[in-house]
Design a protein around this ligand. Structure first.
Ligand code: GCV
Length: 647
């Protein structure tokens, strides 16, 4: 049997605390966790003095999850106003390592930029006949559920909570947003299972949330309607929610996918999404809970012949007119792009369109469209671009500012795999998600450094160079050998792995590239296309509308152009496609040889697993290159300027 990999907290990562005299002042569950961590690391808990002093005390103006860190006269001090702040402060010291005990450090407050830092698990209680135990999961089974029941042993959940606390995550949903029969019961007669998980997460400052079915009053409540304005429905939600809080007093709230991909919602009763969200918000309000209402609503049964329907427009068209009508504890959860977690998308215009609504941004840590944890694809650079993007132009707020009050949500990439994430290097994505949610201004390469230091503790110096070379640019490498210039998809329908250029072209899903013999891309302009560009405020509405100004990497998202169109880079679209696909494969081959050089440096099981995945990544990248290049050569008839082999 393979040991479970300790991810970024192996004992060596905590060695900075070993044999140190540590004073922890304060009481409570999370303060006990701090003490446990110190003991686990081999530190000496002392009752006075100490070279590390962690104190819980009432400090005016300190953020409830923040801490003041300083070092003077040989003592490192962490001061927190609330227990979670103390725990985050301890992990901050662990991250700093020796630097926390070297030179003096002037007192500085560290606080999270985004309030809720949440991971959504797309885990099923009962194995789904098509999607399995975890929808879009690439790391084995669920750590919470197995074959219809809660796992008896929640030891993995405890370890997971510890890993997450170390990066500042403070909320988790334990079931998929697609709520089927078995999962619907988590709200009522199987609540005891959710409470058991909440008990394990609580010592790490993580609150549990639940994905619920909008039709719960019918599915598990015995009513014949789920209409949000029906008094019986309102009473049912109020009473079910009160029961949840009786059993889980710190319960976080609900997550709802409604009127989306077959999930029930308010449209069935002629009601709006605000009516639906407010129904749940009202039930949660007396208990301090929130509802995360997803904006991922579109027509998944569209006629591909109909070029006027544009899936990219859907979320804005449904939700922007409702701005200002949601309750204060209803949070609209918006995917970062307007379509669906593609390798490259513009930022969703919904994020800037609803100043009177609380908005959280959703990222996909699980690599559904970015290599399914068989490919190295470090996503922090993409997320960093999203969070730094300024929808109103320079001088306006960044996406991270717009979501600050509400938060960042990531779809988790974890399962019961011994390496947690299938691909051991995909752990870096989970790590980076938490760190960017805490501080969206962090540099992705610096986050990777932290992760390397903590994960490879003893061997960090040897692996640092090769891992940066392999990972820093791996998202762009992935982009190079897959769908070009922001056009998206071109993946195999269903499992979404590997190339199939026309796989979705004549389907009802609304994800088309419109390639013909003359050109490719989706015309989303106001002048001649679907008008999507008008959903952006200035200056982006003009930038995206203009063929000359549109950034190359998003060109085919916004425009349909001839193959001979010259990009801002100076290359033609067709030559860019050939060049990037050849380059992407070369980069993967280099990654593989860099990893081979680390044989004997990293743990053999980690080395073997990554090596096996890199073989597959190279095979798959070659397949992408050859199918994409062949497809566009055959469509356009334009040969490669460098005469390379195209089939
Ligand atoms: C949970 C995409 C995925 C679905 C997922 C959906 C969503 O369409 O392919 O598996 O369903 O997004 O985010 O709700």
């Amino acid at each position: 049997m393979v040991d479970v990999h300790p991810a970024w907290l192996p004992p060596a990562a905590l060695r900075v605390l070993a044999s140190r005299r540590v004073l922890v002042q304060g009481t409570g569950l999370l303060v006990d966790t701090v003490r446990d961590e110190v003991v686990r690391a081999g530190g000496d808990l002392v009752t006075d003095g100490g070279e590390l002093v962690l104190t819980l005390s009432n400090v005016d103006g300190l953020h409830p999850e923040g801490h003041l860190l300083s070092r003077r006269d040989g003592v490192t001090t962490v001061l927190a106003g609330a227990p979670a702040g103390l725990l985050y402060g301890l992990f901050h010291v662990v991250r700093l390592g020796g630097a926390a005990f070297a030179a003096d450090l002037p007192a500085r407050e560290h606080r999270p930029a985004l309030a809720r830092r949440m991971l959504d698990h797309w885990d099923h209680v009962a194995v789904h006949p098509v999607m399995g135990q975890v929808e879009r999961g690439y790391a084995g089974g669920s750590i919470f559920w197995r074959d219809g029941a809660r796992r008896e042993d929640l030891g993995r959940v405890r370890d997971y909570a510890r890993l997450l606390a170390a990066v500042g995550v403070n909320a988790i949903t334990v079931n998929n947003v697609n709520v089927h029969e078995a999962e619907a019961h988590l709200l009522t007669d199987r609540l005891v299972d959710v409470a058991a998980i909440a008990d394990v997460l609580r010592p790490y400052g993580i609150r549990v949330h639940l994905s619920v079915s909008f039709a719960a009053p019918v599915v598990v409540g015995g009513l014949d309607v789920a209409d949000p304005v029906d008094d019986r429905v309102r009473a049912w939600w109020a009473s079910a929610t009160a029961a949840v809080y009786r059993s889980i007093p710190d319960f976080g709230g609900y997550v709802v996918k409604a009127d989306s991909e077959g999930q029930p919602g308010p449209f069935a009763y002629g009601r709006t999404h605000a009516d639906g969200a407010n129904l749940l918000a009202d039930a949660l309000a007396p208990h301090g809970g929130v509802v995360h209402w997803r904006a991922f609503v579109y027509n998944h049964q569209q006629d591909w012949r109909d070029r006027s329907t544009d899936r990219a427009r859907a979320a804005y068209d449904h939700f922007a007119p409702l701005d200002g009508t949601f309750r204060d504890n209803a949070i609209l959860q918006v995917k970062h792009g307007p379509i669906d977690f593609q390798t490259r998308e513009p930022v969703s215009p919904v994020i800037a369109a609803m100043p009177g609504t609380r908005v959280a941004v959703e990222l996909q840590v699980t690599q559904e469209y970015t290599g399914q944890q068989r490919h190295v694809c470090y996503l922090a650079p993409m997320w960093s671009e999203v969070l730094r993007f300024r929808p109103f132009g320079d001088g306006g707020p960044a996406v991270a500012d717009l979501a600050a009050r509400d938060g960042l949500v990531g779809v988790s990439n974890v399962g019961d795999d011994p390496f947690w994430t299938g691909h051991p290097l995909a752990q870096a994505n989970l790590y980076a998600f938490g760190r960017l949610a805490w501080d969206p201004t962090l540099d992705p390469a610096a986050i990777l450094d932290e992760w390397i230091d903590l994960t490879f503790a003893g061997a960090a110096a040897e692996v640092r160079g090769p891992l940066h070379a392999m990972m820093d640019g791996s998202w762009r490498t992935y982009e190079r050998y897959t769908a070009p210039l922001g056009v998206g998809f071109m993946v195999r329908p269903g499992n979404h792995y590997g190339p199939d250029v026309d796989g979705y072209e004549y389907t009802p899903w609304g994800t088309y590239h419109f390639a013909d013999r003359d050109g490719v891309g989706v015309d989303r302009t106001v002048a001649t296309g679907t008008g999507f560009t008008a959903q952006y405020p200035s200056p982006w509405s003009e930038v995206y509308e203009s063929l000359a100004d549109c950034p190359d990497e998003l060109l085919l998202f916004f425009h349909h152009v001839p193959y001979a169109h010259v990009l801002r880079s100076g290359s033609t679209v067709i030559q860019h496609i050939y060049d990037t696909h050849f380059a992407g494969v070369r980069e993967v081959a280099r990654m593989r040889s860099r990893w081979r050089d680390l044989d004997g440096v990293v743990r053999p099981d980690v080395h073997a697993r990554v090596a096996e995945r890199l073989d597959e990544q190279l095979r798959c990248a070659e397949e992408w290159r050859d199918q994409i290049n062949a497809y566009f050569y055959r469509k356009s008839g334009v040969p490669d300027a460098h005469g390379r082999r195209i089939y």
